[in-house]
Design a protein around this ligand. Structure first.
Ligand SMILES: Cc1ncc(C[n+]2csc(CCOP(=O)(O)OP(=O)(O)O)c2C)c(N)n1
Length: 361
């Protein structure tokens, strides 16, 4: 329905829940108030986790962290229609999506603390480790999707990447391959309008990213990424299509990163306060709050209860992660090759020597 009715070449964007919380009843997906309240709680947990993560990094308890504030609707609503057998293959900004698909917050925190075991997914959780190289991982998603099709297990692979990643050849090879093999893969591009400091208009000459799908022979849909109902609706359609053998889709979720690129970035160098303020008024959480409030399904008491419960959950996860003994520094050489290369052995020896000097000093 959305893929047929909204033309990405005409810049048409699917939008159901307006910034003031009004819902277009003609497009409303099958989500009741309890489900929306659940998603609100999930988004709030992501928001609280994100803010606490930045504070942890400032205290030296987390490594460099990639913030997701402002993009919570993309992650909550795009994972909501998934089943456990489906796969998630994401970049560094999808902590919320990974959590939604079953990765415990404790494990995600271990990862951000620099512990390799944070990437060791529990059995049955179909999530690949975070991919730091920009745009390389959609290829892995197509592999997983094709494997699912070959085995006829009905699984769908969803891959997340940013607008900047669409300048990488791998993303296009992945989409091309998925189109040719009709792989059950959903390409979910979070267009948060910047690749660190590079604005999306310098990334592509196409009016939309969604329209790139047309060249690969599958649908592309542009959606308001701060609108949980619209993201859920287009995602549900794309996942169902893939599951019943209809092939891949590209979803471009138009959103905004309210925080810095990572804790190592200063966004005031490349965007002004007015722009950030404009997008703050389009905060995806606020929108859902207004919607629920108008329906008598939100109250200040409930919000306080949620804040307390979700803060507790986040803090518990981080404390549990901190209680895990840190692996020795030379552990970093263990996971690249079964047999470490001569260069890695040399670096390890240099590190051990430096640590010995430090201990003696
Ligand atoms: C192949 C590669 N090139 C460059 C980098 C450095 N880098 C890290 S994040 C980033 C920007 C990516 O922007 P985008 O794809 O829009 O995703 P976002 O960070 O906005 O979520 C760059 C260039 C990298 N990690 N990998």
């Amino acid at each position: 329905m959305f893929a047929d009715r909204y033309d990405p070449l005409q810049d048409e964007m699917v939008s159901i829940l307006t910034p003031d919380g009004c819902c277009d009843e003609t497009l409303r997906p099958d989500l009741d108030d309890e489900q929306i309240r659940t998603m609100y709680r999930q988004m709030l947990t992501m928001r609280l986790y994100d803010r606490k993560a930045v504070s942890m990094q400032r205290q030296g308890r987390f490594g460099t962290y990639a913030q997701m504030e402002g993009q919570e609707a993309c992650m909550a609503a795009s994972t909501y229609p998934l089943e456990p057998r489906d796969w998630i293959v994401s970049s560094y900004r999808e902590t919320g999506a990974m959590w939604m698909h079953g990765v415990p917050l404790k494990l995600l925190s271990l990862y951000w603390m620099g512990n390799e075991f944070g990437s060791h997914m529990p059995d049955g959780v179909n999530v690949l480790p975070v991919s730091i190289p920009v745009g390389s991982h959609p290829l892995h998603a197509v592999g997983l999707a094709y494997a699912g099709k070959y085995r006829q297990d009905g699984s769908v692979a969803v891959t997340y990447f940013g607008d900047g990643a669409t300048s990488e050849g791998d993303v296009h090879e992945a989409m091309n391959l998925a189109g040719v093999y009709e792989a059950p893969c959903v390409f979910f591009c979070q267009n948060n309008q910047y690749a660190i400091s590079v604005p999306v208009r310098e990334q592509t000459a196409s009016p939309t990213i969604a329209q790139k799908a047309l060249a690969y022979g599958f649908p592309g849909v542009l959606v308001d990424g701060n609108d949980i109902m619209a993201v859920y609706a287009v995602m549900q359609e794309a996942v169902e299509r893939a599951r019943r053998g209809g092939g891949p889709s590209l979803i471009e979720a138009y959103t905004y990163r309210l925080g810095a690129h990572t804790t190592a970035d200063d966004p005031t160098k490349y965007r002004d306060d007015a722009e950030v303020e404009f997008w703050r008024s389009r905060d995806p959480l606020l929108r859902v709050q207004k919607y629920l409030h108008a329906r008598g399904a939100w109250s200040e008491d409930w919000e306080h209860e949620l804040l307390e419960a979700c803060t507790g959950e986040v803090e518990q996860a981080m404390n549990d992660a901190e209680a895990v003994p840190q692996p020795p520094p030379q552990d970093m050489f263990r996971y690249m090759f079964a047999e470490p290369s001569a260069a890695l052995r040399e670096q390890e020896a240099a590190l051990l020597a430096a640590l010995q000097v430090q201990q003696k000093g």
